[in-house]
Design a protein around this ligand. Structure first.
Ligand SMILES: Cc1ncc(COP(=O)(O)O)c(C=O)c1O
Length: 464
């Protein structure tokens, strides 16, 4: 069990924090990794990860539920994936023409994801979602793109960031063609289509998050028990409604499967829900943490980027030096083999179900069923922390994360991997027991009594 004195004994964490902020605006390369997203006593940096665990600069080990912002599905530093990447390092890292592994990886994604007939690789999710928007505009000759308000992130580019509260530095001309609707409310999307008839190039959305497209249908909660495609209610669900609307309007449907891809199902959430998008984007879990992202989809659409169509007007599609970097592509091929052969998604669903039962059970034991709430299907769990007034409370969320950290569990949000098993579930239960006991006391005394620093803040806010 950690306490603040323990952390400060060497007096080095504050110094590390200052060095990080002196060298890097924001102190990290993703805002979700920033100090304002973690309790004050979280380690400012991590030294390494293996399996389900990470280690801080005092060599203290934490069970991790952050999993590199959901990029790691098999486990940190998996020997098999690493060996595949190392083979490609030895083959030269990146060559002067397309490489063999590039062809193999492209064919693999086309063989794996049914709607992928062609693919273009990139290094970051933001690049491929932006590319998908461009492909849709090039293919349809239309301007507008619709995204759901409930989905927190598609790209660091202005077409998306301009729709958030953080407008500084954004060219608002870029985001003026991005329209916002409400997920699970087909009427809100129909209204945009009516207002901009014949002008909407694409609808982009995550197929599902912790919010699923099936309304009150509970069948999705614990797959592999009852896959959505077998559910009697699934044909009418929101994704099918959007598919029909977009088809009628000649608009492309883009599924951003950055988080759901290779996690909900080997073939993506699109397969899970039985809905076929025109384009999809993948990243994160593709290569077990290696930097790789992809936009893929129907041939006739993807071909806007082709150079073997004589006389066709050209579209400057993703063209990057490092999109073909071989270690990440080698890692992807091996990670996909493991995901398929060892049914990693099946493991994740099963672990998620047990974890939800554990967390809900422990909340109940501490009398917190109304204040510490689990939501989402087993594969996409979210914990909601409510204060005494019943409203979501960031101070209580921070306190929970702090108390879990003190007990060796890093749970800024909930993501798990193939490396999370029964040992990890037991360790989580033990940490929960202690953390929720403090949580219950803080509901009575107020969280300030127990918090070691500031509360976590939302990433999307106008000022620091
Ligand atoms: C749904 C979704 N799309 C796109 C992105 C952007 O991916 P990247 O951070 O690799 O640029 C993210 C990242 O969090 C995401 O969650």
């Amino acid at each position: 069990m950690l306490d603040k004195r323990d952390h400060n004994r060497k007096g080095d964490w504050q110094e590390l924090r200052e060095r990080l902020h002196r060298a890097i605006p924001g102190g990290a390369h993703t805002y979700s990794r920033g100090d304002d997203q973690f309790p004050a006593l979280a380690p400012p940096l991590l030294e390494r990860g293996k399996g389900a665990y990470v280690w801080d600069s005092h060599d203290r080990k934490y069970l991790d539920y952050g999993m590199a912002l959901r990029a790691v599905t098999i486990g940190y530093a998996d020997d098999r994936v690493n060996a595949a990447a190392i083979r490609q390092i030895e083959n030269g890292v990146n060559l002067t023409r397309a490489s063999r592994i590039e062809l193999e990886a492209a064919e693999l994604i086309c063989d794996t994801v049914r709607t992928a007939e062609m693919v273009k690789f990139g290094k970051n999710g933001s690049n491929v979602t932006t590319a998908a928007v461009k492909i849709a505009r090039a293919h349809t000759g239309r301007r507008f793109v619709c995204i759901p308000r409930q989905h927190p992130f598609f790209s660091f580019d202005d077409w998306f960031i301009g729709t958030t509260t953080i407008k500084r530095g954004v060219d608002e001309r870029q985001s003026s063609s991005t329209l916002v609707f409400d997920y699970n409310d087909i009427g809100s999307l129909e209204a945009l289509f009516a207002e901009h008839r014949g002008e909407i190039a694409a609808v982009m959305m995550e197929p599902a998050t912790h919010i699923v497209p099936c309304g009150g249908c509970e069948h999705v909660a614990d797959w592999p028990g009852t896959p959505c495609g077998n559910c009697p209610n699934h044909q009418g669900n929101f994704l099918h409604q959007v598919r029909k609307l977009t088809e009628r309007a000649g608009t492309l449907l883009i599924f951003d499967e950055m988080i759901t891809g290779f996690r909900w199902h080997l073939q993506g959430a699109q397969h899970f829900f039985g809905v076929e998008p025109d384009l999809s984007t993948f990243g994160k879990a593709m290569a077990n943490g290696f930097s790789l992202a992809a936009v893929c989809g129907r041939r006739e659409i993807m071909e806007v980027g082709a150079i073997d169509k004589p006389g066709m007007e050209r579209t400057f599609l993703l063209s990057t030096t490092h999109g073909s970097e071989m270690p990440a592509l080698g890692a992807f091929v091996e990670a996909t083999r493991i995901t398929a052969e060892e049914d990693v998604p099946g493991h994740l669903w099963t672990y998620g179900k047990k974890l939800r039962e554990t967390m809900e059970g422990m909340a109940g034991e501490h009398g917190l069923s109304d204040h510490f709430i689990m939501e989402g299907p087993a594969i996409a769990l979210n914990y909601v922390t409510r204060g005494t007034d019943g409203q979501p409370c960031m101070a209580m969320r921070t306190l929970f994360a702090q108390e879990m950290l003190k007990r060796g569990v890093m749970m800024p949000w909930i993501t798990f991997s193939q490396a999370h098993g029964d040992t990890e579930l037991d360790a989580t239960a033990e940490a929960l027991d202690g953390a929720l006991a403090v949580y219950a006391r803080a509901l009575v005394d107020g969280p300030a009594e127990y918090l070691d620093g500031d509360a976590i803040k939302p990433v999307f806010r106008t000022h620091n």
